[in-house]
Write a protein that binds this ligand. Structure first.
Ligand code: SAM
Length: 236
């Protein structure tokens, strides 16, 4: 095994588990999982850190996760979730190819994952395919920043960052990509997570609910609104 493989396959998934711990991003996870029910597909399941945040009404989680290390780390959280009556199974290694029937999911959840999926266009197509009518795609992601100077740094750092961070892209405009893939966005929030200088390149967080366009939105959250005319659309 090469050093590269040791880093990518063993060390990096553990770093992700530490840096995305609840004390840092727990409130964003709670927002992403709030009010969900039924059958959820989770893109980039990682070490299962969203599981404690799912309401009891979520009966199954179909995990999409390529990393065996991350999957192994999820063991205790899976046991706890299943102890609450839910079920978790690993259904695919790549969100671009889901071995799931059409219209079989009530919700898709993606937290800090759309940045890393190599074939994101296909993954978002799969998301549309497996969502039931009225289903919701909940996302929390980091994204291309709206400030030109930060965005410039994100593009400059991308080649090195991608190699260090499991193929993660700093320079993806996630809201714009969701809209391009045929979703409308609601209940959106976009902001830097901290004022620490330098952290902005990874700290422009975007969250919201994406629903396939052409469907009547049936979200339950307060303050849901159509964000297509907002900052994301303007950034395209
Ligand atoms: C930054 S981590 C986030 C993990 C988890 N969602 C969380 O919130 O803690 C990104 C995750 O996406 C996974 N990933 C990478 N490529 C993927 C793909 N093609 N399909 C699904 N997940 C992928 C990685 O293995 C990793 O677990």
């Amino acid at each position: 095994m090469t050093l590269r493989q040791i880093y990518d396959d063993h060390l990096f998934p553990r770093l992700v588990d530490l840096t995305l711990a609840d004390r840092v991003v727990g409130s964003w996870r709670r927002t992403a999982c709030a009010g969900l029910s039924g059958d959820v597909v989770e893109f980039g399941f990682g070490s299962g850190r969203n599981l404690p945040h799912y309401p009891d009404a979520v009966r199954s989680v179909a995990a999409v996760e390529p990393s065996d290390t991350a999957w192994d780390q999820a063991g205790r959280r899976i046991d706890e979730f299943e102890g609450r009556g839910g079920r978790v199974r690993r259904v695919s290694l790549d969100a671009a190819r889901l071995d799931l029937p059409d219209e079989s999911a009530d919700a898709i959840v993606s937290t800090w994952t759309l940045c890393s999926i190599p074939d994101l266009r296909s993954a978002l197509g799969e998301a549309r395919r497996v969502l039931r009518p009225g289903g919701r795609f909940r996302y929390v992601e980091h994204s291309l920043a709206p400030d030109a100077s930060v965005a410039q740094w994100q593009r400059r750092l991308q080649p090195a960052w991608g190699r260090l961070a499991g193929g993660c892209h700093l320079d993806r405009d996630i809201p714009a990509l969701l809209i391009d893939a045929g979703f409308r966005l609601s209940a959106t929030e976009e902001r830097y997570i901290s004022g620490v200088p330098g952290s902005q390149v990874v700290g422009w967080f975007v969250t919201g609910t994406a629903t396939p366009r052409g469907e009547r939105f049936s979200g339950a959250g307060q303050g849901e609104h159509d964000a297509e005319g907002g900052a994301a659309a303007a950034a395209r």
